[in-house]
Design a protein around this ligand. Structure first.
Ligand SMILES: CC(C)(COP(=O)(O)OP(=O)(O)OC[C@H]1O[C@@H](n2cnc3c(N)ncnc32)[C@H](O)[C@@H]1OP(=O)(O)O)[C@@H](O)C(=O)NCCC(=O)NCCS
Length: 169
């Protein structure tokens, strides 16, 4: 059943336009995530183009949004709190390919994994990339185009590549 609904999502639901939480396309996508995600809170929305691998490792709180074309690689758990906003093309990764020693390649060294936590009331700007093991504190802002390589303090604004502290809100 999981595989069939996965196919249905990627062939059909992912392409349906619509950002209105009460619209048909959003409701259908939310139904998919309510069924297969670890948890998916009331009032949360899933925009067009959202691609989540292993949705059973994804938790989304209430009134949050998975933004247009978001890519969430949930090899390990991704936990998104309440009222989290996401600009378009956000990426979240929970794994890295390992490399150690010149006799081994990425192909045969396996992966390292760590969960990502986005706390309540965070705004993730367009095209931000959040790497494995990161915790983004409550109320933080991640500027557009940032690559987040370290935990982000609550109520802070970070930006750049790699993302650095800019100011407190
Ligand atoms: C992070 C953000 C909210 C900051 O806005 P702001 O409070 O008005 O801040 P300012 O424009 O005054 O910039 C403050 C500093 O941060 C820097 N900065 C702003 N945006 C940045 C970015 N995306 N990357 C790196 N640095 C950034 C500015 O250059 C400035 O640095 P300076 O003090 O050295 O001059 C805004 O720049 C941003 O990225 N918004 C996201 C927009 C978006 O993705 N929208 C999608 C719709 S959901």
């Amino acid at each position: 059943m999981y595989r069939i609904s996965l196919l249905f999502y990627f062939l059909f639901l992912i392409w349906l336009p619509g950002a209105n939480a009460k619209g048909v396309s959003c409701r259908l996508r939310c139904f998919y995530f309510r069924t297969w995600a670890k948890s998916f809170g009331d009032g949360s929305v899933v925009m067009k183009g959202v691609n989540v691998s292993n949705p059973y490792n994804l938790s989304v709180g209430e009134n949050s949004g998975l933004g247009i074309n978001a890519y969430l690689s949930c090899v390990a758990e991704v936990s998104i709190g309440d009222r989290v906003l996401m600009g378009p093309d956000v990426m979240i990764f929970t794994s890295d390919h390992n490399w150690c020693g010149i006799d081994k390649t990425y192909f045969n060294k396996g992966m390292s994994e760590a969960p990502v936590t986005i706390e309540d009331d965070v705004w993730i700007g367009a095209r931000a990339i959040i790497l494995k093991g990161i915790k983004v504190g409550k109320g933080a802002t991640i500027a557009a185009g940032s690559v987040v390589t370290k935990d982000v303090e609550s109520m802070s604004v970070v930006g750049g590549v790699p993302a650095k502290f800019i100011k407190y809100k």
